[in-house]
Every structure is written in structure tokens, then in C-alpha cells.
Ligand binder design. Structure first.
Ligand code: NAD
Length: 361
């Protein structure tokens, strides 16, 4: 089969890590008889340099017309002082909104070979964890009305941000979470603050209704403060966490940090049609850019998510995930995940090792 992928390499380490993901995709394509066509576009700081803006209509059109988007990272100190409306990160927000991406999927798992990187004690982690945070991206307090008004009690100016969720938005993300849980460990934890917030009460009622269509999936509820605690206390209890934009923003970062290896974690942002934008969770790491030392695994695993979620190529995605696991078990390490004294691979060497495993597997 043929697939068209828009490629946004972006800034900093973006080009280096995306090149390795493309290398791996081509290797999988060769093995399974698929062709991946790539159309490279500019977004972020590199687009500011060339076009004066972080995101052009041309980039938007190419991304919209592609089967999916593979993205490295954008931003860096070079553009820290540009006008706030022109910041490189605006490109991400623009693409998310233009592509209608409403579901952010972030897996966080502990690789046995990297257990030492996990900041949580071994006796707490036990057999490790393998969870996914499914965060709603288009609603909540981020998209409510933002305004200021004079407080009524003489306390001065009050900043106000309206928090809201419609049943439509909650149902859409809840279905995505239940579908995902069905092919995992069949458990959804819905995180809200229903003891205080009306938004959360609508959220909880709607998730409960949706759950009736998924009787094979267990549903439980957790208040967000408890969820934040449980993630470091017993992360192994979670399978799929579904939550709103604000709580998801915080919990997905927390979930990724407990793995201890930011260079390992992929993400997907999906629209209703199943297309998506796939990118590592980390940024452009300007401190190590251009040195061929960045860890490309998060981007390679993002490409695997693209195969699974947008192209329905689950076997092919599994082959990539297994190859990553195998190279880690063989002791292959980039600098960020190496212990003192361990041999270190470059970005491109890590990509090569993963390709070797794919060819052998
Ligand atoms: P960062 O994630 O880029 O880097 C944090 C630390 O992790 C750095 O020490 C970096 O060297 C290291 N690191 C990150 N990815 C790595 C990898 N693949 N391999 C090895 N080490 C890795 O976060 P930051 O320093 O806060 O941000 C740098 C720039 O990236 C900023 O301009 C920020 O706005 C931007 N950013 C972009 C995105 C995105 O494009 N989605 C996300 C976050 C930050």
C-alpha cells in the first residue's frame, strides 16, 4: 500500500531524529511491501527564518492533504525574542486546530532494560507500568472565554477563564479511550474533579453513558488530585487514563517523567477521521542539536503509532516496537539513557541498529 506523509522536521534535533524515523519506516515498508511517500514542509523557527511566520498556508495545505504528519520538534533560543504571535510553538497550535486534532495519546511505559532510569523505587514500581494518557485537546478552560473584571468585593482586578465541556466533546474522547482500552488491558480511568466542578460532573455523566457501549471494558473514576498521587504511588494500576485538556496537560507530563527517559516517549494527536500528527513528547533540545547524539527512539515510536492508529498497520507497528525493545535488551544506548561507563551510540547508529533488528525479525 501507498501512504503519503507530511514531514515537519522542525528545529534543533528535529531533523536528526526525524531522519532516523524515516529510515525505520522505509525499512518496515521494504519488509512488508508498503511505500511511504514523504513531503517535507517547514514549520516553527525554520519557517520564521524563511517565510517570516511559523506556519504558512502551504504547510497547512500539505499537512491536511497528507495521510498523516510526522513531526520532530520546533523552537529554540534563536526565536525566543520574536513577537509572541510569531513564536515557533504557534505552528503546533495552528496545525492542531487546522487538522481538527482532538485526542492526544501519550503512552508511558517502563522498559525493563531501563528500569534504573525510573525515578520511583523498585519496590513501588514492581513489575513496571504500561499506561496511556488520552487527553482531550480542543475544549476546557484553554478554549473558554479569557477576560478580566473588577472584583465585587474590592479585591481588585480579577482574572477569569471560563471552563466548559460539551457532552459531544466528552463523548468523542471517551469513545477513543474505550476503543483503545479494548485492545490493551480493558480498563479506563476517567479523571475529573466532579466533587467541585460542574464541567467535571457533565464529564463524568457522559463517560458513564458511553461506558454502556463497552461492557467488556472496566471503568473507574478518580479525582485529579488523587490521580496525580496514584501515578507516583502505584502507576501499574492504570491502563488508559481519559481526561480533559487541563488535567491531561499536567498528568501526561507527570506520567512521562516517571519513566525517567524523555527521549523514549512518543505521542499522537488524532482527528475524527483517524488522521493524526505524530511527534516525540520532548522538545527541540537545542543544547545537543547538530551533534548526532540525540535519542531518536521517541520519534521512531511515534512513527510506529502512525502505522497503528492512522494506517491500520498493527503488525508493522509491533515489529518496530519489538525492535526497539530488542536493541535496548542488547544494551544499545544513546547518551541520555546510558549509565556511567556504558558504550554510547550516536543518533544514526541507534536508527541503524533498530533497522537491523527489523530486517532480522
Ligand atoms: P527539551 O525537551 O527540548 O529538552 C529538555 C532536556 O531533555 C534537554 O537537556 C535535552 O537535551 C534533553 N532531551 C530532549 N529530547 C532528547 C532526546 N531525544 N535525546 C536526548 N536528550 C533529549 O525541552 P526544553 O529544553 O524545555 O525546550 C527546548 C525548546 O523546545 C524550546 O524552544 C521549547 O519551546 C521547545 N519545545 C518544543 C516542543 C515541541 O515541538 N513539541 C515541546 C517542548 C518544547
Amino acid at each position: 500500500m501507498d501512504f503519503n506523509i507530511a514531514v515537519v522536521k522542525g528545529d534543533g534535533i528535529g531533523p536528526e531524529i526525524v531522519d532516523e524515523a524515516i529510515k525505520v519506516l522505509n525499512c518496515v515498508g521494504e519488509k512488508f511491501g508498503h511505500t511511504f511517500n514523504y513531503k517535507e514542509v517547514l514549520a516553527g523557527g525554520c519557517s520564521i527564518d524563511v517565510n517570516g511566520v511559523p506556519l504558512t498556508q502551504e504547510t497547512i495545505d500539505i499537512c491536511k492533504n497528507a495521510d498523516s504528519v510526522l513531526l520532530g520538534a520546533v523552537g529554540g533560543p534563536k526565536w525566543d525574542n520574536v513577537d509572541s504571535t510569531l513564536r515557533p510553538e504557534k505552528a503546533l497550535l495552528g496545525l492542531r486546530s487546522e487538522l481538527g486534532l482532538f485526542a492526544n495519546i501519550r503512552p508511558a511505559m517502563m522498559y525493563e532494560a531501563l528500569a534504573d532510569a525510573c525515578p520511583i523505587k523498585k519496590e513501588i514500581i514492581g513489575d513496571g507500568f504500561d499506561l496511556v494518557v488520552c487527553r482531550e485537546l480542543t475544549g476546557d478552560v484553554y478554549f473558554g472565554k479569557h477576560y478580566r473584571k473588577e472584583s465585587e468585593n474590592g479585591y481588585g482586578i480579577m482574572g477569569c477563564d471560563d471552563m466548559n465541556y460539551s457532552t459531544y466533546e466528552v463523548e468523542r474522547i471517551a469513545r477513543r479511550a474505550f476503543e483503545m482500552a479494548r485492545v490493551r488491558s480493558k480498563k479506563v480511568t476517567s479523571v475529573d474533579k466532579a466533587n467541585v466542578l460542574e464541567t467535571s460532573r457533565v464529564w463524568r455523566e457522559t463517560v458513564t453513558k458511553v461506558a454502556k457501549d463497552y461492557p467488556d471494558v472496566e471503568l473507574d473514576y478518580m479525582y485529579v488530585d488523587n490521580a496525580a498521587m496514584q501515578l507516583v504511588r502505584n502507576p501499574g494500576q492504570f491502563d488508559v487514563i481519559v481526561t480533559g485538556n487541563l488535567f491531561g496537560d499536567i498528568l501526561s507530563d507527570e506520567a512521562s517523567m516517571i519513566t525517567g527517559s524523555i527521549g523514549m516517549l512518543p505521542s499522537a494527536s488524532l482527528n475524527e477521521g483517524g488522521r493524526g500528527m505524530y511527534e516525540p513528547i520532548h522538545g527541540s533540545a537545542p543544547d545537543i542539536a547538530g551533534k548526532n547524539i540525540a535519542n531518536p527512539i521517541a520519534t521512531i515510536l511515534s512513527a510506529a503509532m502512525m502505522l497503528k492508529y492512522s494506517f491500520n498497520l498493527t503488525d508493522e507497528a509491533n515489529v518496530i516496537e519489538k525492535a526497539v525493545n530488542d536493541v535496548l535488551n542488547d544494551g544499545c544506548r544513546t547518551a541520555d539513557i546510558a549509565l556511567k561507563g556504558e558504550d554510547v551510540l550516536s543518533t544514526s547508529q541507534m536508527g541503524d541498529k533498530i533497522c537491523e533488528k527489523i530486517k532480522l525479525g
